[in-house]
Design a protein around this ligand. Sequence first.
Ligand SMILES: Cc1cc2nc3c(=O)[nH]c(=O)nc-3n(C[C@H](O)[C@H](O)[C@H](O)COP(=O)(O)O)c2cc1C
Ligand SMILES: O=C(O)C(=O)c1ccccc1
Length: 387
Amino acid sequence: MAERFGGYQNEIYLQGLAGTTPALSTDLTALEESAAAVLTPEALGYVAGGAGAGATMRANREAFDRWKIVPRMLTGATDRDLTTTLFGAELPAPVLLAPVGVQSIVHPDGELATARAAAGMGLPMILSTASTRTIEQVAEANGDGPRWFQLYWPNDQDVTASILERAHKAGYTTLVVTLDTWSLAWRPRDLDRAYLPFIRNEGTAIAMSDPAFRARLAKTPEDDAATAILQWVGMFTGTDHSWDQLVVLRELWDGPIVLKGIQHVDDARRAADAGMNGVVVSNHGGRQVDGALGALEALPGIAQAVGDQLEVLFDSGVRTGSDVIKALALGAKAVLLGRPFVYGLALGGEDGVRHVLRSLLADLDLTLALAGHRTAAALTPSALVRG
Ligand SMILES: Cc1cc2nc3c(=O)[nH]c(=O)nc-3n(C[C@H](O)[C@H](O)[C@H](O)COP(=O)(O)O)c2cc1C
Ligand SMILES: O=C(O)C(=O)c1ccccc1
């Protein structure tokens, strides 16, 4: 029988009989405000901030608000099935943890806490290239949980090859190549504080522990951190690539490859033509092109064009169970959860991330049921109306 994620609701009410209420809100949209009380202004600005004037961050939410669920009655939705299959692996629910760099700025356990919480739920964690722990440390914390690796594509092929080899050896199964952040956007909340985590050596652990990266340095990062950091910035940011170069990654990675940051139908088609296995329809949570369309607006066209050839995933603005339902109904196979789990991490470490995931899945399970659907995988646009 499928796992009953909605059970978290009963658990919370029963704990209430013993006088206990949840340590963190069950309203994931409220967590940013709670996290503001525990984070430094720099870390909060980095996580919550977006590009430019924040128009695309707002557009992400507005795009969800434009679609409404039309609930159906007496459909026999008592026993739900949230499972989905991605690249041959069954997931308990259509949710992954988005790649988020520099997690030590919000909690000392950083990516290790996230890896433990994700493994406990059986949901894939996507480890960022800008992690504050090494590929191997996160794999160990993740144990037998599913794990994917996100690549910020270096401009050095030996370093790329070395990082991908390490990820493969450490049991990361799927490669996510992020295309929309080859350079950081104009982000006023960070600029006004002159705050950039990785020039303070936060989020560079993977490169600093990499033999190919270290071979490029005259002195070790331990002896000369400043030079190593500049080398990191030059190698991992500022270089765009081209569609032709994807063949290199195909040669270096023996497993599914997913392109993240796809927003145009033609780019989704090019991904399919280039032999890629999936795309994440995403605008990076409004952190890159201010004025770009809400990510959900891009989803239906892309799903229609390539959904039969590629796994179409989605992120940017997912906050509730109904958001997940909308994205699935509009053609996503699964969604990536971003900022909400980072706030959970900030507020409660591993327990905080687990609470956020359990809350989202309980909300998804109950909302799916009450909207009259038994399985998440069978959702179609007919579950929605544009209002
Ligand atoms: C603090 C922060 C760091 C991020 N770091 C990365 C990263 O290292 N690699 C990546 O592909 N995406 C990164 N992202 C983008 C997320 O993977 C995801 O696309 C985004 O958070 C979705 O938007 P949402 O959080 O508003 O739902 C980051 C997002 C945030 C908020
Ligand atoms: O801040 C981001 O959105 C992001 O993707 C990133 C890029 C480089 C290092 C850390 C995070």
